[in-house]
Design a protein. Structure first.
Lengths: 546, 380
């Protein structure tokens, strides 16, 4: 049967209540300044002329009639491409509190239309599961009460650093010391690390702000924070600067940016903090970077050594060698050699049931400086929604079983395990980090939390914003468009970086002090952990409390 | 928080002296246990050859006693002397004490060809075999030590009561070194093996305070799969094992112990003459960093005595004495009670960086600081 063309409603037609966010606009307050429509990253709202009929009744003349009024109002678009993402930039720029997006409490129907033109949904952000996660529910319950009073977090001296890099068994260390053998390089770093976010995923201003903040933490606050570049290289001026020692350089399957890095090696004033070889990422296991053409600006193209405006999908795995084991072993050794065996090299993998195999492979590789495991709650600048929401492994049990595996071999001090993926997802960054440390991690990486806390990233796990992948970040954090990223002041980002790390340092002391710990980071102090979930307690080997 | 007392003197003395001195510190223990370790032994009714190992422990039943004899015989140890305590069982809380034993054995002839290390291993494995045997039989056999010139007594109750119950004041046993601990039971069950001092292959320590880093340290030591690194009924047992690991496994000098359990801060290591070596040592032994507050008092096979504090230095452990006799106690009043005829103005409370070493000649003590150069230049 031929459809009724007169009815302009098709399968993909949506109304306001079908959208995840509904724009609430108060015409009585609006001055029609146009700032909201100008700032909206999705062009979800527009100024519209409307005509309103005003019924007119003249009682004395006993006549009826109409008058018409024309007015200008703000309206919301209802097509998928322009659906509001709830970023609230309109609210933030409105001088008169006339507009705001309101979350749709109904089950919105856009869920069924994210596959327009056969393209599955891609986005930035994290797994869309909100509410307290497992790490948020872990409590530190072994309080020093009887023979020893809890420490004073404000007055005692605390040692808050951790070791990054391969550590020899004491017997082997002494043997090599006597014989003049190679002692693998290590770094003493703050256990909360700014995780890999590439120069490309992040805007130049965001990157500069992070770098400034990290330098300030190290040089002024004496908090030895390090940050990881992510794939995509590092600006040459940073490579040749004395601040390179605060940077972990990442190499991933696209090898983007490594021409510049290799060329800069002879000119480096100091060694980088470490080299991270990315084999996998918690948010999108089995997928490489997905930097799309609209983020490949002239600057990014130059850094990565590619033409401007082309898609840069990294392959899911390193393609150079036949087997992963061989690849891991050879790449680690090659990178270690490239930096004169003076820089720790470690791989990053997605949390997985096979993480233990990777770990045991590393135990027998003398050049491996650690293992970073990234859990399913990790963030990303771009991934398929299905990868983000459904693929991967939570971090807590994965780290725990890897740590216990090392304990059984007596190797837990030799290969540090770093954990990532959801640290600070609900703002409890120190709690989450210390929980992972007490489960056995030597430190934690955090990316999304840093974007949220230092730059005001608006994304959340209820589909808010999360448009990092298309380069329209309303805050200018993940955009390569100067019109957008100039909104972000690098100095203010740097200030926030220092504020965040000062706060984490204090909170770390506030957690360690009542446990009676101050002299070393409580790595593996699982006797201090409790959770009111019997199954989780059994799985993690910690105390069940209720 | 337990109370600790150690006396070391050229002239052997009765352990009862130390128990009496413990009375001065009795606010600090709750009668949940007493541990005694004697070195440099002298028996009134037996001329003891200090090369012969002494087995100390408790047989809780006659069956255990028979099994003990069988095990020792089977391993080729020949009984030379069996010290019989004059006991007053009614003065002891526990009722399942068939026999406190302190027996001197002669090593089997087969040991003549063995290296010192192999002999030490055999002695330890014998003690562990006895302990395992007891644990397999409802804990009816407890073995504390099996080592030349070392005797140990552990019992649940008040120190002086136990001394009286075993008639330790009769001077039948005297020693040149005596370590004693009055236990304040904390978060672990009342257990004979949980009483300090802890002993492994000639190395003994006792500690007060709580070891908050116990679990990671224990996990690491267990990972060494060394048979003697076992037990851990008390969080303080790891202090003895770390000292053993430092001296016997790593073969480092005593000074390294302090660098391992409480490494210097980064800034201090940067300024230290062997800073880079010590940083490496700290990293390699990172899981052995203790997190007190603790005072660790120890003794070694050559009768060297030592005292170290944790980094926080929240304990008042004190050392004092005179040429020929020294006392280390967890409280100043303990030193006063142990050696009243000394000049108290020379008493010393070590700070966080100090290791106090009373050498076997007992002439004067050494106050060694971590900030001093490390004594093994060729290693560093």
């Amino acid at each position: 049967m031929v459809s009724a063309r007169s009815v302009s409603v098709g399968p993909s037609s949506l109304g306001y209540t079908d959208l995840p966010w509904i724009i609430q606009h108060r015409e009585d307050r609006c001055t029609l300044c146009g700032r909201c429509t100008a700032v909206c990253p999705k062009e979800a709202i527009y100024l519209a002329y409307r005509r309103q009929r005003m019924p007119k009744l003249d009682v004395l003349k006993q006549s009826r009639g109409n008058e018409y009024r024309t007015f200008v109002g703000i309206r919301q678009k209802t097509n998928m491409a322009n659906a509001c993402i709830g970023c609230s930039m309109c609210t933030m720029v409105c001088p008169n509190e006339a507009i705001m997006p309101v979350p749709n409490t109904n089950e919105h129907r856009t869920l069924f239309f994210h596959n327009q033109k056969g393209q599955p949904q891609t986005r930035g952000g994290r797994r869309n599961v909100s509410g307290p996660n497992l790490l948020d529910r872990i409590m530190f319950d072994r309080i020093s009460m009887l023979t020893d009073p809890a420490l004073d977090a404000g007055r005692h001296e605390f040692s808050l650093t951790t070791t990054l890099g391969r550590v020899l068994a004491p017997e082997e260390f002494l043997k090599r010391q006597r014989e003049g053998g190679w002692i693998p390089p290590t770094r003493e770093i703050f256990p909360f690390i700014i995780g890999s976010m590439s120069f490309g995923a992040l805007s130049p201003n965001m990157w500069l702000g992070l770098l400034q903040g990290v330098a300030y933490c190290n040089e002024v606050l004496k908090i030895p924070v390090v940050m990881c570049t992510g794939e995509g290289g590092c600006p040459p001026w940073v490579l040749k600067s004395p601040y390179l020692k605060y940077i972990i350089l990442q190499i991933a399957s696209g090898y983007f940016g490594w021409d510049e890095i290799i060329r800069a090696i002879p000119h480096m004033q100091c060694d980088p903090a470490a080299i991270e070889i990315k084999y996998g990422q918690g948010a999108k296991p089995g997928d490489g970077g997905l930097l799309m053409w609209f983020k490949v600006s002239k600057l990014i193209a130059r850094l990565r050594g590619v033409p401007e405006g082309v898609d840069l999908p990294s392959p899911p795995v390193h393609q150079t060698l036949y087997s992963i084991e061989e690849s891991v072993m050879k790449m680690i050794q090659t990178m270690s050699t490239a930096f004169g065996h003076k820089v720790p090299v470690y791989p990053k993998i997605s949390a997985s049931t096979s993480a233990k195999s990777v770990l045991n492979n590393l135990v027998r590789n003398p050049y491996a400086g650690g293992l970073l495991i990234d859990g399913i709650d990790g963030g990303t600048g771009a991934a398929y929604n299905v990868s983000m929401d459904a693929t991967g492994h939570p971090i807590a049990s994965n780290v725990r079983e890897c740590y216990l595996d090392l304990v059984a071999q007596g190797k837990q001090n030799e290969i540090p395990i770093f954990a990532a993926g959801g640290v600070g997802k609900n703002g409890n960054v120190t709690q989450n980090g210390l929980a992972l440390i007490m489960l056995g991690a030597s430190g934690v990486h955090m990316g999304k939390y840093i974007m949220q806390s230092v730059a005001g990233c608006l994304g959340n796990e209820k589909s808010r914003c999360n448009v990092c992948n298309v380069g329209i970040c309303p805050k200018g954090i993940t955009s390569q468009n100067p019109k957008l990223y100039r909104r972000l002041d690098p100095d203010l980002v740097a200030e926030r970086v220092s504020e965040v790390f000062m706060a984490i340092a204090t909170e770390t002391k506030k957690i360690m002090a009542p446990l009676g710990r101050s002299q070393s980071l409580p790595v593996g102090m699982s006797d201090a952990l409790g959770i009111s979930d019997k199954d989780a307690a059994d799985r993690l080997g910690i105390r069940y409390v209720c | 928080m337990c109370r600790l007392a150690l006396k070391t003197a050229i002239e052997p003395f009765s352990p009862y002296e130390v128990l009496t001195a413990m009375e001065a510190m009795q606010e600090g223990y709750d009668g949940s246990g007493l541990g005694l370790l004697l070195r440099g032994l002298h028996f009134e009714d037996y001329k003891y050859n200090p090369k012969h190992p002494i087995l100390s422990g408790i047989a809780h039943t006659e069956a255990a006693w028979q099994r003990l004899n069988a095990i020792m015989e089977q391993r080729g140890f020949e009984l030379k002397y069996d010290h019989e305590f004059q006991t007053h069982p009614e003065m002891v809380e526990a009722k399942d004490r068939y026999r406190y034993f302190l027996r001197v054995y002669k090593m089997p002839a087969s040991f003549d060809d063995k290296s010192q290390e192999a002999i030490e291993n055999e002695l330890m494995l014998t003690r562990l075999a006895l302990r395992a045997n007891g644990e397999a039989h409802e804990k009816d056999l407890t073995a504390f030590s099996f080592w030349p010139d070392v005797a140990m007594i552990k019992e649940i109750g008040w120190p002086l009561d136990i001394g009286n119950a075993l008639t330790l004041h009769d001077n039948r046993i005297t020693s040149r070194v005596c370590m004693a601990q009055g236990r304040q039971n904390t978060n672990y069950g009342i257990n004979l093996y949980a009483c300090h001092p802890f002993f492994i292959q000639g190395v003994a320590t006792m500690t007060n305070g709580e070891n908050t880093a116990f679990v990671p340290i224990r996990d690491w030591l267990l990972g060494k799969h060394f048979p003697g690194y076992t037990g851990y009924q008390s969080d303080s047992e790891v202090f003895a094992h770390i000292l053993h690991y430092t001296l016997k496994q790593l073969k480092l000098p005593l000074q390294a112990y302090k660098h391992i359990i409480t490494p210097l801060k980064n800034a201090e290591l940067d300024a230290h003459p062997q800073g880079s070596f010590l940083k490496g040592l700290r990293d390699a032994c990172r899981r052995l960093i203790i997190d007190g507050p603790n005072a660790v008092i120890g003794t070694l096979p050559d009768e060297t005595c030592l005292l170290v504090m944790d980094h926080k230095k929240m304990r008042p452990a004190t050392v004092g004495g005179r040429n020929g006799a020294w006392a280390i106690a967890s409280e100043m009043c303990g030193v006063e009670a142990l050696i009243p005829d000394r000049d108290p103005s020379f008493d010393f409370q070590p700070m966080r960086e100090h290791t106090i070493i009373v050498p076997p000649d007992r002439k004067e003590l050494t106050i060694w600081s971590q900030l001093d150069p490390y004594p093994l230049a060729q290693v560093a």
